[in-house]
Design a protein around this ligand. Sequence first.
Ligand SMILES: *Cc1c(COP(=O)(O)O)cnc(C)c1O
Length: 394
Amino acid sequence: MAKLDWITEELKELKEKGLYVTIRKLESAQGPWVVVDGKKVLNMCSNNYLGLAAHPKIKEAAIRAILDYGVGAGAVRTIAGTMELHVELEEKLAKFKKREAAILFQSGYNANLGAISALIKKNEDAVFVSEELNHASIIDGMRLSGAPKVIYKHLDMEDLKKRLEEVKDKKKKLIVTDGVFSMDGDLAPLPEIAELAEQYDAMVYVDDAHGEGVLGEHGRGIVDHFKLHDRIDFEMGTLSKAFGVIGGYVAGPEEAIDYLRQRGRPFLFSSAVNPPDVAAAIAAVEILQKSDELVQKLWDNTRFLQNSLRELGYDLGNTKHPITPVMLYDEKRAQEFSRILYEEYNIFAQAIVYPTVPKGTARIRLEPSAAHSKEDLQYAIDAFEEIGKKMKFI
Ligand SMILES: *Cc1c(COP(=O)(O)O)cnc(C)c1O
């Protein structure tokens, strides 16, 4: 099959450059400890922040929904795929986020693709104003739109102002940003962004994938954290991280959400989320609505892990979030650190290297969860102390 030889070449090149991703296989439920390759390892790299992915109440809700509604949704939302469960989840999400309405998509990726491409279109007097480190799904949403974009520097409000000044005569402007940046755990300065947006009459769209279930009261997200509900137009969220299930959504003004139901392409052209997933997501929202116990536990664990690592002498950058980048700088040494963690200490934690982060800023990214015990975290901290001393990082 000579016509497929290019694939062999490309794979070879990825491997030579150290960019080929080895995909590990979990042989157990998602949780603080997981079985990988027959070995029980401490899981320090999942986005299951609250431990909801295998929570008994959520599993029960999914099972009940299968018995009542079956497994498949059967169609796209606009034809025959909207069940009462979908509408209930949308209403509960809107209430949880303190917004007028919400629209459910199949994933966070789809939510960004659908909403962003519908809000700014190619053949109109309009522009995206996009943060430099935005998630790939935002970038793909802008690509699907095909409208022009200007990019402002990471967290740099002077630069945002400059870019807005450049495009101030455009009729429609959408500032689009991640709320929490997933490689560093730093936060978008939303109050300043809202201020500039008002000054330049721009809409604002925030991707709250890592803020949900983590920031704000009861984990309502970054907009609630900054108390900006009436000043940020669109909040996109995912149900796959803290909520532990699958799905994505956009919350905002009623009429704008109604518009997205008419124009969001993944909503129109890809089948609805399946009933057990929707029911599981409803149960997750209900748990958070009722109690902030898991959110408090997550933050308690985060403070414990981050304070201990800082005391050991590690640089954790500018994180304001459970995302904990342990800065090791050198790519090879970070890979080596991660390998030792896994092979000698049974700790599953990813090394994050160029091109995901800039050269010379390699790190191990740890993500504590509410499901970890203090003993679990102490075990990881002890490993970081031993390996760090051996490798002369601390
Ligand atoms: C994970 C993530 C998404 C995609 O969400 P999924 O529900 O996994 O598709 C979008 N944006 C950001 C910032 C994310 O971290």
